[in-house]
Design a protein around this ligand. Structure first.
Ligand SMILES: [Zn+2]
Ligand SMILES: [Zn+2]
Ligand SMILES: [Zn+2]
Ligand SMILES: [Zn+2]
Ligand SMILES: [Zn+2]
Ligand SMILES: [Zn+2]
Length: 224
């Protein structure tokens, strides 16, 4: 039974067997073939098969995934692209498979997600219902604000990373001098919580110079 999630083949029984994948028995999708034996399969089918075996499913020759290459023979690909399909959503018939992508971006009955799906709106519906949903969806309304906040958080994360790199670099070059400072003084004070710590407890993730000291508790708190 030749099917996909979005279309079914028309005149299924008259499709030439050279166009069928021996694994799924459907017309080939993204065909790949091995130079060694010439056997051809869907890209997805061969990926699935080679998870647990390493021989050609047709001739049992020892092969690896790297032996399979996308088929580039134009007339062959054209024949696959010209196969006629019927849209499962709107029932339109005689669509060339190669044009199905174009069809589904315009198909009014195809199932689509809410534009705020990344904000956990789990609405799915047919394209001709989306305008109604958008006018009612609270997540679509807050989406611009959340996108803005996300951009800000991302920018700040990058700034922190930048500062972190500078600190790390600076601290490495000053490490030796600072060790001597702690040895001489024996104690230091955390700049954040003002807690006193001694050289022995000086187990901080970042090595800061004496002007900016943080105890290990505070470093853990701010850089969990
Ligand atoms: Zn297949
Ligand atoms: Zn083979
Ligand atoms: Zn359709
Ligand atoms: Zn929604
Ligand atoms: Zn502290
Ligand atoms: Zn230091």
């Amino acid at each position: 039974m030749a099917t996909s999630d979005n279309y079914e083949y028309m005149n299924e029984n008259s499709i030439h067997e050279d166009l069928l994948c021996p694994i799924c028995t459907d017309p080939l999708e993204d065909p790949v073939s091995a130079n060694e034996c010439g056997h051809t399969f869907c890209h997805k089918c061969i990926m699935d098969t080679f998870r647990d075996m390493s021989t050609c499913p047709t001739c049992r020759r020892d092969l690896t995934l790297e032996d399979f290459h996308p088929v580039t023979i134009r007339p062959f690909l054209n024949q696959l692209n010209q196969l006629l399909v019927k849209c499962k959503w709107c029932s339109q018939i005689n669509i060339q498979r190669g044009n199905f992508k174009d069809h589904s971006t315009n198909c009014t009955k195809v199932l689509i997600s809410c534009p705020a799906a990344h904000l956990k709106c789990d609405w799915k519906g047919q394209r001709d219902k989306i305008q109604t949903h958008i006018s009612e969806c609270p997540l679509v309304k807050v989406q611009p604000m959340i996108d803005e906040l996300n951009a800000l958080v991302k920018q700040q994360a990058e700034q922190i990373h930048f500062l972190y790199t500078i600190l790390d670099k600076t601290s490495k070059s000053q490490k030796k001098a600072c060790q001597e400072y702690y040895k001489a003084n024996g104690v230091a004070y955390c700049d954040t919580c003002k807690k006193k710590f001694t050289f022995g407890e000086h187990k901080r993730r970042l090595h800061f110079c004496p002007d900016t000291d943080f105890c290990s508790d505070c470093v853990k708190k701010y850089f969990p």
